[in-house]
Every structure is written in structure tokens, then in C-alpha cells.
Design a protein around this ligand. Structure first.
Ligand SMILES: N[C@@H](CCC(=O)N[C@@H](CS)C(=O)NCC(=O)O)C(=O)O
Length: 308
């Protein structure tokens, strides 16, 4: 298999989820650190428009969204599946709730003035971030949560987490991890990165021990590579063949020109030619002078396809 290349930045919580999943499976990976704000001249040529973070590149295949990155990594490396049959439904559903509903509470909690820590190096950096995220939020359908909603949402979740783990189990659904552990971990990691909320977690000993176990997976940082080198990797590679290509979209046949993007926030789409669409994933082909032909993969859940 071609090298696993994660395009990410240190402060990004969904990147922390991807880093923890890569490390938990004992995988070697390359790290391309991207800017926290646009422009990202060495990432957008790969995705063709999608601008959320992180993305995983494997040769000339690009995987958007950590839900799909988890599925891509599940067969690689070692350790239990992220999606064990016995708890797949519960784990996936919890992961989706945490990655959206708890995530928005986490954003509010992390950016409280008392919990910002050293997130911004200067006032200019803070202003540039605010302007970038205002652009990012164009077209968003998500309601930002006030602190009065965020704090109790988090606190009741923490109490339920404590109760779930209090029988001494190592992970949320038993002795082995599932995708839900990684989703809960990265959201708690973000809330607690600012330092001001440490007491809330400390009051929950089983959750604290579990958080420490998961945090060990987040430590390794991959072997750095430049964005330009990663684009060259794509240019030198051929996309993996698609097994049984088909489209389940009634009025969008394979080969149609499409825009594919998230439906909730950060909705900037990628444009390409539809290669595959089923209930699990959407795949498009696109070309760029710096990458040649690449296949860009998206999860179906939370993404929309528009014919152009
Ligand atoms: N559902 C997506 C969420 C990704 C996401 O929201 N990432 C944040 C950073 S943690 C983002 O894209 N922020 C804007 C940016 O980095 O441009 C996933 O699982 O990958």
C-alpha cells in the first residue's frame, strides 16, 4: 500500500481523532501540516474544493471526513475493528452524535475567554481566524450553541460517560475500542486543551483514566513531509481501482459532472466526475496540473451530490 499521508494541523480536534486512530492501529504515517486558515495551496489541488480538516491521502486517493478515514483505516495495521458487529449500530450512532451535537458544545466551551489558553499567538492571528471562519460558515445550517446550552450538554454527557465506564471496562463498549471511543476522545481533548475545564473531568475518575488511555494514542506525530511532496506523490501514483462502480442516485449517472460537499457546515464542494455513489461513500475523479488524476472519496452520511 502507498504511504498514509495525513493533511492536518496540531490544534484541529478532528485531526486529533485521525492521529489517534492511526496510532492506535500501529500505523506508520506521513504528516503534512497545513495552515489553520485559508489559503491552502497544497491541499485544495487534492480535494478540488472541500476545505475541512483533516484529509487522508493514499497515493492518488484522497479521503475526506474522519468517518470515512476510519473506514479506510479499519482494515490496516493491527488491533480491534472500529466497527465490531456486536456494537456497530450503537458505536456509529454515538460517534455521529458526538461529532456533531457534542462538537458544537465543545466549540463554545473551548472558545470561552477563560479557556482559550494560547490558541492564538497574537491579536492579528485571532482576527484572521475569525475572518476565515466567517467565510467557512457561509451556507451553514448549524446553530451555534450559547454557553448556557453547551455547559449542561457537556456535563450530563460526562456524567453518563462516567457511569458507562464505572464497571472497570477499558473502552466505552467493553474490552476493545470502537469508533465511539475516538469520537468522544477528540471532543474531550479539545474542550480540555485550554486548561480551564480540568476540574470537571477530574471529578470523574473512570472517565479521567479512560481519557488518559486514549490520550496515549494521540501522541505520535507522524513523519513530516511538505505539501508539495505530497502533491508529487499523487502525481506519481494511479488511483486504486473501484470495486463494482455504481450510482444509486436516480438522476445522476456515472460520469456526470457533480459537486460533492458537506450539507451542514463548511459546505464548500469539490467538483469532479461521478465514479461511484452508494450508501457508504461517494467517489469522484478530478484532475489538477499538480496531481494528475485523483479520486476523492466522501462519506454519504452528511454529504450531498449536485449535478452541474
Ligand atoms: N465531520 C468532519 C468534521 C471536520 C471539521 O469540522 N474540521 C474542522 C477542524 S477540527 C475544520 O474543518 N475547520 C475548518 C478548517 O480547518 O478549515 C470530520 O469528521 O472530518
Amino acid at each position: 500500500m502507498a504511504e498514509l499521508i495525513l493533511h492536518h494541523y496540531p490544534e484541529s480536534l478532528f485531526s486529533e481523532k485521525a492521529r489517534a486512530m492511526l496510532n492506535a492501529r500501529g500505523l506508520a504515517w506521513r504528516s503534512v501540516i497545513i495552515p489553520m486558515i485559508m489559503p491552502r495551496p497544497d491541499t485544495i489541488p487534492l480535494t478540488g474544493g472541500y476545505r475541512r480538516t483533516p484529509v487522508l491521502q493514499v497515493g492518488a486517493d484522497v479521503y475526506c471526513d474522519t468517518a470515512l478515514i476510519a473506514a479506510r483505516l479499519d482494515g490496516e495495521g493491527s488491533g480491534a475493528s472500529f466497527f465490531p458487529a456486536a456494537s456497530r449500530l450503537a458505536a456509529q450512532t454515538l460517534a455521529r452524535w458526538v461529532d456533531t451535537e457534542l462538537f458544537w458544545a465543545a466549540v463554545t466551551l473551548r472558545f470561552q475567554p477563560s479557556n482559550m489558553g494560547s490558541f492564538f499567538s497574537s491579536g492579528e492571528a485571532a482576527a484572521a481566524f475569525a475572518a476565515d471562519r466567517a467565510n467557512f460558515s457561509q451556507g451553514s445550517t448549524v446553530r451555534r450553541l450559547p454557553i448556557e446550552e453547551s455547559l449542561p450538554r457537556y456535563q450530563v454527557f460526562l456524567a453518563e460517560l462516567e457511569s458507562q465506564l464505572s464497571d472497570g471496562r477499558a473502552y466505552l463498549f467493553g474490552a476493545e475500542w470502537t469508533i465511539a471511543d475516538f469520537s468522544v476522545y477528540h471532543v474531550l481533548w479539545f474542550i480540555h486543551a485550554g486548561g480551564a475545564m480540568a476540574d470537571d473531568l477530574a471529578r470523574h475518575p473512570a472517565a479521567t483514566a479512560w481519557f488518559g488511555r486514549m490520550g496515549a494514542f494521540g501522541v505520535a506525530r507522524g513523519v513530516e513531509m511538505s505539501g508539495a511532496q505530497a502533491l508529487q506523490v499523487a502525481a506519481d501514483a494511479t488511483p486504486a481501482p473501484i470495486v463494482n462502480p455504481a450510482s444509486d442516485l436516480a438522476d445522476v449517472p456515472l460520469g456526470a459532472a457533480v459537486d460533492v460537499g458537506p450539507t451542514d457546515y463548511g459546505v464548500m464542494p469539490s467538483r469532479g466526475e461521478l465514479l461511484h455513489c452508494d450508501t457508504a461513500s461517494i467517489i469522484i475523479a478530478r484532475e489538477h496540473e499538480r496531481t494528475g488524476l485523483v479520486h476523492v472519496h466522501f462519506p454519504r452520511h452528511g454529504f450531498g451530490v449536485t449535478r452541474v
